[in-house]
Design a protein around this ligand. Structure first.
Ligand SMILES: [Zn+2]
Length: 958
C-alpha cells in the first residue's frame, strides 16, 4: 500500500554517512601512499557533467542531463530546514507544512499539483512525494515524461510554488489536521513511543530531545493558520533551497528558466539564520531501558559519540580514503557477527555495527552497534557484542578478512563504473542532495573509480586497525546504551545497573585475537562431463533464442543492453508446493529460508559467504505454489560463479546444521512475539479470511516450528531439482553469448535428467473465500488505530491480457477516487490504497481481484467504511474520464520503462513459453483502447456481480 507522505526518522544504523573525528588515520594513509599523494590533502574534482550554480538571492541549483531511463526527468527541491528549526510552540509545523504543499499554491489550486502531475502519468505517493526530517525537507516530482516540453516548464513551476507560493488556506489547513493526526496514530509503534519519551534523556541540554518531526498533536490540532504561514516565510527562502533536476533535459534551457522564475525572489535583510543545534558531550554514560507491550523483541544499542568531520575538510582525498577504511572495517566486523550467530552458544540472534549521525543529530556522529538478544539473554548478548568490539580494538583484523573486504569494496565500485552510462536519475540526485545538505564531495563515477583503484589497494591493514582503535571507544565519556525491551507477563527485565555491569565485564575480559577459517578450493570441486546444445530456434518478434540441450533442458536467451552490469536468470519447472500435502505445510512455509541458510557443494553457509566476497553473483532455490524456481543474478564478469551456484543447487545442497539452528532460533523469537503488533494480527487474519481458512495458506506460527524437519526439506529440494529436463532456463541481460553457451553446456546440459519421466504439474490448491464474508474484530492496543481491507474476487474461466490490463487500470482508478473521497475530502484516513490484479492458479490466472484498504482513526472507521463501499459501487456505474486518462498515461509510461528491464523480460518470456501468451506486443494498444465505460462495466459485470467479497476490519477495544 502507498504510504503517501513519509517523514524520515531512522533510528537504525546509518551506514552511508561517513565522517571522522581526527585526521590521524588520514595522515598515516598519506604516508603509506607515498608519491600518490605528494601534495597535502588534494581535493576531489567535481563531476564536470553537472551544471552547478547559485543565484544572487542564494538559490543553488544542480542540473544534469542523463538518459537513463530514457525520456524522463526528475525534479527536486531540497531545503536545509526541518523540525529542528521549529520553536517550542511550533512542534509539528515543519511536517504539517510539507502536507500543505499538495493542497493549493499560486499556479495549482486545491489538489492541482496532484491532478496535473497525474495527467503526465506521475503517481502521487511514489513519483510525487516529499519528506520532512529533523534538518531537511525535500519535495520531488519524478519520472516526468520529457517528450512534452511544456511538462518540464510546468514542473519547474511546481518547484517554484513549493519554494514560495503555497496558499496555506485556512480551510485546507483544517482539513489536513485530521490526516496528520492519523499519520501520527499510524506511526505510533513501540519504537516511536520509546523515542517520544526518551529523546530528552538521550539529548540532555539540546533541542534535539524535543524535535521529532511528527510533533505534538496538541499543536497539530490547534495551531492558527498564521503560525504556519510565519514558519513558511521565515525558513523557506532561496538561501536555504536547492533545485536539483536530473534527466533528459536541455541544461541551458532549464538553467535559464530557473534564473527567470526565481529572479524576483529576495531574502529579507534581517532573515533568520539557520544555526546548528549542538549536542553536548556526556561525561557520564547515558543508560536508558524501557519496555513496551508491542515491542516484538528486545534490542540494545550502543553509541560512542564523537564530533563529525567539519564540512571544510570533506572535499579532500583523505576524507575519501577514510571512508574506504571505515567501509572495510564495518564489513569485517559485521562478517564476524554473522559468523558468531551460527554458534548455538551465541547469546544473540543478530548484531550489527555502523557509523553515522548519532540518532537524529547531524552535529554529532557515533560509532553504533545494535544487538538482538536471544530470549532472556539480554545482558549476555550485550556483553558478547562489546567483547567483539573490544577484540577488534585490541587485536585488529586478519589478512584474509582484509583481502575479502578489499575485494568486496572494489567490486562494488567496479559495478557502478561498468554501468556508468546507464546510471539512474535518482543516483545523481542523491549525490547532489548530499553535496547541498551535507557538503559531501561529488566526483564523477569515473573519478570515483580511478581514485578507488589508486587508493584502496595501497591501504595497509594497520590503517584499518588504527581506525578500529579510534572509533571503538572503551571509555564512559560519550557512551550511550539504550535497551528497548519487550514487555510480557512473567518476564523479568534487565535493570540499567545490569547493563552497566555487562559493559564493564566485557571490558575486563581477557581476549585473544580472532581466527579466520577459510576454505581454499573451487566452488565446484569436480567438473561434470559437459553436455551440449542439440538444436536451436529463434523468435524474431520477441527477440529471443531457444536452445535445446542434450539432457532435455531448455534454455531461452535474450541478450539486452539495458544495463551493462546485469545478467538475470530464472529456471522454472511445473510442480511446486502443490505436490505436497498437509504433513508438509510447515516444511513448505520455511522451505526458501532453510535452503537459503544451507550450504552448497563442500561449502557451509559461512564458507560460501566468504567465497563470494568480491563477486557480484548469486543464485537460490525457491518454492512457489505451482512451480519450483532457481533464480540468479550476476554481472557479466561473474557469470560463471552464478552458473556454478545454479549447478550446485540442482546437484548438491549441503546440510548445514549450525546455520539451520541459527535460523530456527531467529524464527522462533520473531514468531513467538509477532502477535504483539496489532498490524501483524491484522495481516494474519486477512490471510485466513481470504484463503477460506485453508491451513496451507495460513501464516507461519511459532508452534509450526516443531513440525519442521531439515531432512525432509532437503528431500523435497532433491525431488524438485532431480530432473533438469523439466526446467526451462531464462536469461536476460548483457552476457557474452559465446561464453554463456559454453557455461550452459558445462553447467546446465550436464545436470541429471530423466527425459522419459512425465511432467507432474501437481494439483490445484487455490482456495479463495467465496460469497459475502465479513470479519470485524476488536483488540487491545497501546495506541488505538483501525484498519480496513476489502477484496472483491471473481472467477473466470481463462486468462486474457485485455482483462488483466482492465483489472489493473480499474484498481488504479479506484485508488484515485478513494484517495479523493476518503483522504482529501473527508480526512477519514491518512492513506488509502486500491489495486486490481489476477490471482494465479494451476492453469495460470483464473481469478481477478480488486482490493481496497486503509488504516484509519478508529473514530472515523464507520465513515471510511461507508466511503469505501460507496466508492466501489459508484465506480461500477461511472468513473471519471479524466482519471482514466491519467491512468492510461501512467501505464503507457510504465510500459516503456518496463520494456527496458531484464526482470520484465524474464516474465514476458516465461508467459510466452509456458502459456503461449504474448503479454508484450499488444500491451500498449490495449491500454490505449481502455475507456471509462469499459472500466466501470468490468467492475460491475466481472467483479461485483460475482458477489464475492471479503472484508476485514480491526478496531481497538474500547
Ligand atoms: Zn506526513
Amino acid at each position: 500500500m502507498n504510504v503517501l507522505k513519509q517523514y524520515i526518522f531512522n533510528t537504525k544504523i546509518n551506514k552511508t554517512s561517513m565522517k571522522l573525528r581526527s585526521f590521524f588515520v588520514a595522515a598515516m594513509l598519506l604516508l603509506s601512499m607515498g608519491s600518490l599523494m605528494a601534495q597535502q590533502m588534494p581535493s576531489i574534482p567535481v563531476d564536470p557533467n553537472v551544471r552547478v550554480g547559485k543565484l544572487s538571492n542564494g538559490l543553488t541549483y544542480y542540473i544534469r542531463h542523463n538518459e537513463y531511463p530514457k525520456n524522463v526527468a526528475n525534479f527536486y527541491i531540497a531545503q536545509r530546514v526541518g523540525s529542528i528549526n521549529e520553536n517550542d510552540d511550533q512542534r509539528g509545523l515543519a511536517h504539517f507544512l510539507e502536507h500543505m504543499a499538495f493542497n493549493g499554491s499560486d499556479h495549482f489550486k486545491g489538489n492541482g499539483i496532484i491532478d496535473f502531475t497525474r495527467t503526465l502519468g506521475v503517481e502521487f505517493g511514489s513519483d510525487l512525494n516529499a519528506y520532512t526530517s529533523i534538518d531537511q525537507t525535500v519535495y520531488r516530482v519524478c519520472d516526468v515524461p520529457t517528450t512534452r516540453v511544456t511538462a518540464l516548464d510546468s514542473c519547474l513551476l511546481i518547484l517554484k510554488d513549493w519554494s514560495d507560493g503555497l496558499t496555506l488556506d485556512a480551510k485546507e489547513i483544517d482539513k489536513e489536521r485530521g490526516v496528520v493526526h492519523q499519520e501520527w496514530q499510524m506511526r505510533s509503534d513501540a519504537s516511536m513511543r520509546f523515542f517520544e519519551k526518551y529523546l530528552p534523556t538521550l539529548y540532555p541540554g539540546s533541542k534535539y530531545g524535543y524535535r521529532l518531526p511528527i510533533g505534538l498533536m496538541s499543536i497539530v490540532d490547534n495551531f492558527k493558520p498564521k503560525e504556519l504561514r510565519d514558519y513558511y516565510h521565515k525558513w523557506y527562502r532561496p538561501d536555504n533551497q536547492a533545485i536539483i533536476i536530473v534527466g533528459n533535459v536541455n541544461v541551458d534551457h532549464v538553467e535559464s528558466e530557473i534564473k527567470k522564475l526565481w529572479a524576483g525572489v529576495t531574502v529579507p535583510a534581517n532573515a533568520a539564520k539557520v544555526v546548528d543545534e549542538l549536542v553536548p558531550d556526556n561525561n557520564t554514560p547515558i543508560y536508558v531501558s524501557d519496555k513496551d507491550k508491542e515491542q516484538q523483541y528486545s534490542e540494545i544499542s550502543v553509541y560512542m559519540k564523537r564530533d563529525p568531520v567539519p564540512d571544510s575538510l570533506k572535499n579532500s582525498i583523505a576524507y575519501l580514503a577514510q571512508n574506504y577504511v571505515k567501509d572495510m572495517m564495518f564489513y569485517m566486523l559485521n562478517s564476524r557477527f554473522s559468523e558468531l550467530t551460527q554458534n548455538d552458544s551465541c547469546p544473540f540472534i543478530q548484531a550489527d555495527t555502523g557509523d553515522g549521525q548519532y540518532l537524529i543529530s547531524k552535529t554529532k556522529d557515533a560509532f553504533q552497534a545494535i544487538v538482538i538478544p536471544k530470549d532472556g539473554k539480554d545482558t549476555a548478548a550485550l556483553k558478547a557484542m562489546v567483547i567483539e568490539l573490544q577484540r577488534a580494538r585490541d587485536y585488529g583484523f586478519t589478512a584474509t578478512e582484509y583481502a575479502r573486504a578489499k575485494s568486496d569494496l572494489l567490486s562494488g565500485i567496479e559495478k557502478l563504473y561498468t554501468n556508468k552510462d546507464k546510471t539512474e536519475n535518482n543516483y545523481f540526485y542523491s549525490v547532489y542532495a548530499a553535496n547541498y545538505l551535507d557538503k559531501e564531495p561529488m566526483p564523477s563515477i569515473e573519478t570515483q573509480y580511478q581514485l578507488a583503484n589508486a587508493i584502496i589497494p595501497r591501504i595497509p591493514l594497520e590503517a584499518v586497525n588504527e581506525m578500529a582503535k579510534e572509533l571503538i571507544s572503551n571509555s564512559d565519556t560519550n557512551l550511550v546504551v539504550v535497551e528497548q525491551a519487550q514487555e510480557k507477563e512473567g518476564k523479568t527485565y534487565v535493570t540499567v545497573d545490569e547493563l552497566k555491569q555487562a559493559v564493564a565485564a566485557a571490558r575486563n575480559s581477557s581476549l585473544t585475537a580472532w581466527v579466520d577459517h577459510v576454505k581454499q578450493e573451487p566452488l565446484v570441486a569436480k567438473m561434470p562431463a559437459k553436455g551440449n546444445i542439440v538444436k536451436e530456434t529463434e523468435n524474431k518478434k520477441l527477440g529471443f533464442k531457444t536452445l535445446y540441450l542434450s539432457n532435455g533442458a531448455k534454455v531461452i536467451l535474450k541478450k539486452t543492453d539495458f544495463k551493462n552490469d546485469e545478467v538475470l536468470m530464472q529456471a522454472t519447472a511445473k510442480g511446486g508446493s502443490n505436490l505436497f500435502g498437509a504433513a508438509d505445510y510447515a516444511n513448505l512455509k520455511v522451505f526458501d529460508d532453510v535452503i537459503g541458510y544451507s550450504g552448497i557443494g563442500d561449502f557451509s553457509s559461512t564458507e560460501l559467504q566468504k567465497e563470494l566476497a568480491g563477486k557480484n553473483a548469486n543464485a537460490n532455490l525457491n518454492l512457489g505454489n505451482y512451480h519450483a524456481t532457481v533464480s540468479g543474478n550476476s554481472t557479466p564478469k561473474d557469470l560463471e560463479t552464478m552458473m556454478q551456484m545454479t549447478y550446485l543447487y540442482f546437484t548438491n545442497i549441503k546440510k548445514d546444521e549450525k546455520s539451520y539452528h541459527s535460523l530456527m532460533n531467529n524464527m522462533e523469537l520473531a514468531l513467538k512475539n509477532k502477535d504483539l503488533r496489532p498490524e501483524s494480527v491484522f495481516s494474519d487474519s486477512l490471510r485466513l479470511d481470504r484463503y477460506a481458512h485453508n491451513p496451507r495458506f495460513a501464516s507461519l506460527k511459532a508452534t509450526d516450528l516443531s513440525k519442521v524437519s531439515y531432512d525432509r526439506i532437503l528431500t523435497i529440494a532433491k525431488q524438485l531439482t532431480a530432473d533438469a529436463s523439466k526446467f526451462t532456463f531464462y536469461f536476460s541481460g548483457n552476457f557474452d553469448e559465446a561464453k554463456l553457451r559454453d557455461y550452459i553446456e558445462q553447467y546446465i546440459a550436464s545436470l541429471p535428467a530423466d527425459t522419459k519421466a512425465k511432467v507432474n504439474p501437481g494439483k490445484e490448491i487455490m482456495t479463495l473465500t467465496m460469497g459475502n464474508y465479513k470479519d470485524h474484530f476488536s483488540r487491545k492496543m497501546e495506541t488505538p488505530k483501525a484498519q480496513l481491507y476489502a477484496f472483491w474476487t471473481s472467477k473466470l474461466s481463462k486468462d486474457n491480457l485485455s482483462d488483466e490490463i482492465t483489472v489493473d487500470a480499474a484498481g488504479q482508478v479506484l485508488n484515485m477516487e478513494l484517495l479523493r473521497s476518503i483522504r482529501e475530502d473527508n480526512s477519514a484516513a491518512y492513506s488509502v490504497g486500491a489495486q486490481g490484479f489476477p490471482q494465479t492458479t494451476l492453469d495460470n490466472k483464473a481469478y481477478y481481484v480488486l482490493f481496497a484498504g486503509c488504516p484509519m482513526d478508529p473514530a472515523k472507521a464507520q465513515l471510511a467504511y461507508d466511503l469505501m463501499m460507496k466508492g466501489v459501487k459508484d465506480a461500477s456505474e461511472k468513473v471519471d474520464p479524466a482519471d482514466v486518462q491519467k491512468v492510461k498515461e501512467f501505464m503507457l509510461k510504465q510500459a516503456d520503462e518496463d520494456a527496458r528491464k531484464n526482470g520484465h523480460w524474464l516474465n514476458v518470456l516465461y508467459q510466452y513459453n509456458e502459456f503461449g501468451q504474448d503479454v508484450q506486443t499488444d500491451y500498449k494498444a490495449i491500454v490505449n483502447a481502455l475507456t471509462p465505460e469499459k472500466i466501470s462495466s468490468f467492475i460491475q459485470k466481472v467483479i461485483l456481480s460475482s458477489g464475492n467479497k471479503v472484508e476485514v476490519l480491526m478496531t481497538p477495544v474500547k
